[in-house]
Design a protein around this ligand. Structure first.
Ligand SMILES: Nc1ncnc2c1ncn2[C@@H]1O[C@H](COP(=O)(O)OP(=O)(O)OP(=O)(O)O)[C@@H](O)[C@H]1O
Ligand SMILES: [Mg+2]
Length: 235
């Protein structure tokens, strides 16, 4: 059943902050879930239930305190930080609620950032790819604008372009539309949906907006650090 198309697999994943200290608190209590190539999955649940913590683990920004996490078929349990960084760079794109662009860089430079990688210097191919991505999000005409000079909706579209730079198998979007007006939210959601359909990118989309969640293929509900078991494993 679990074929090669599973891009994210969690088994019994727990996360405690401040382990071993009096302030220790376990936030995720044993999560099992699979995300397959091409799935567009909403992640919903009350504030503080553990949604961002879960995405940070899947995005290899933090490590589980128990259980196993595999990304693109690779078990991350025994990976060192360099290996995690490498896997993250090749497999995962992030879009956050706050765009995290570098304000003093142009839109084009921001989109090129993930491509610099080990080379550390920009090439013509990177520039062309970044221009193509900015075209994809409808911002060709804004490529030389500083990020700080763009509107909130435009900044978030640049963030989507940047997240797609490395053609990730998995796109993690943590309330990407949370700060946007309805129209900009629609544009950003539509972009994620199109990329998912065109490229088979698996998407985890955290939202507090029930109307947007209803337009995803599947919904994971996180409640008190656990995932609703009905929705956790599709198929
Ligand atoms: N670094 C940390 N140290 C200690 N506790 C933390 C840390 N990060 C998160 N928490 C706690 O973990 C719980 C889950 O937080 P998380 O940010 O994952 O919730 P969330 O579901 O994303 O909420 P929201 O919808 O408000 O974004 C919260 O109780 C939070 O206070
Ligand atoms: Mg959150």
């Amino acid at each position: 059943m679990a074929g090669d198309d599973v891009v994210v697999r969690l088994q019994g994943v727990r996360k405690a902050f401040n382990p071993g200290l009096p302030s220790e608190v376990e936030v995720l209590h044993g999560i099992d879930l699979q995300l397959r190539r091409g799935e567009f999955c909403a992640v919903v649940g009350p504030s503080g239930s553990g949604k961002s913590t879960l995405l940070n683990l899947i995005g290899l920004l933090d490590r589980p305190t128990a259980g196993t996490l595999a990304v693109c078929g690779q078990d991350t349990t025994h990976m060192d930080d360099a290996a995690l960084t490498h896997l993250r760079g090749r497999s995962i794109g992030f879009v956050f609620q706050y765009h995290h662009l570098i304000g003093a860089f142009t839109a084009l430079e921001n989109v090129m950032m993930p491509m610099l990688g080990d080379a550390g210097f920009p090439t013509r191919a990177m520039r062309e790819r970044a221009l193509e991505l900015l075209g994809r999000v409808g911002l060709n005409h804004r490529c030389d604008n500083l990020a700080t000079h763009l509107s909130g909706g435009e900044q978030q579209r640049v963030a989507v372009a940047r997240a797609l730079a490395m053609r990730p198998a998995v796109l993690l979007a943590d309330e990407p539309t949370g700060n946007l007006d309805t129209r900009s939210a629609e544009v950003v959601f539509g972009l994620l949906r199109d990329v998912n359909r065109e490229q088979g990118t698996a998407v985890l989309f955290v939202t507090h907006n029930p109307a947007l969640a209803a337009r995803c293929d599947r919904t994971l509900e996180v409640v008190d650090g656990l995932v609703n078991p009905q929705a956790a494993v599709a198929g």
